[in-house]
Design a protein around this ligand. Structure first.
Ligand code: GDP
Ligand code: MG
Length: 176
């Protein structure tokens, strides 16, 4: 496949957002490389990773942007969001504060990328004994805000494909 864009029908830019430590980089690592690291580095070393998928007989290339930890300093630049048609907004189901901050991330998305399609992701579902955010509460919140929602685990792979592919198919349904 290489880096060629030959045969690509659609290219969608997706951004990863959410508090530091919720698992954004490992969700991306799991989806694109089927890998996971317990000791996640602050950055994956590149601005984005790409994954090509086929949907509805069309070849869709997703360019998925990850932060290099700038979210810790509220220093994500406008360039990060430019041209994005979708966002994966992650929180950690064991970290109440990361869920409480979802609204702030939605505001940030609205400012930089109006009409962006958002998949809300409650990550670390493998740590259910430490759960601090009830699934029903997040589901209701997502419904109220018009977001798609799923709980995932980058560690055991639960729903990671569903989260990304669900987002991509919603983007496809809108702009494809
Ligand atoms: P980011 O700051 O949002 O990019 O978060 P990272 O992807 O760097 O992950 C932060 C920490 O949480 C790392 O130690 C990861 O190994 C860990 N982590 C990420 N996803 C999961 C998960 O689904 N389950 C568990 N148990 N740990 C996770
Ligand atoms: Mg990260």
């Amino acid at each position: 496949q290489g880096d060629s864009d030959e045969g690509i029908d659609y290219m969608f830019k997706v951004v990863m957002v959410g508090d530091s430590g919720v698992g954004k980089s490992q969700l991306l690592n799991r989806f694109v490389r089927n890998e996971f690291q317990m000791k996640s580095k602050a950055t994956i070393g590149v601005e984005f990773l790409t994954k090509t998928v086929v949907m509805d007989h069309k070849v869709v290339k997703a360019q998925i942007w990850d932060t290099a930890g700038q979210e810790r300093y509220q220093a994500i630049t406008t360039a990060y969001y430019r041209g994005a048609t979708g966002a994966l907004l992650a929180y950690d189901i064991t970290n109440r504060q990361s869920f409480d901050h979802v609204e702030k991330w939605l505001d940030e998305l609205r400012v930089h990328a109006d009409n962006i399609i958002v998949m809300l992701v409650g990550n670390k579902s493998d740590l259910s004994s430490g759960r601090a955010v009830p699934m029903e509460e997040a589901k209701d919140f997502a419904k109220q805000k018009g977001l798609f929602f799923v709980e995932t685990s980058a560690l055991d792979s639960n729903n990671v494909e569903s989260a990304f592919l669900g987002l991509l198919s919603q983007i496809y349904a809108t702009v494809g």
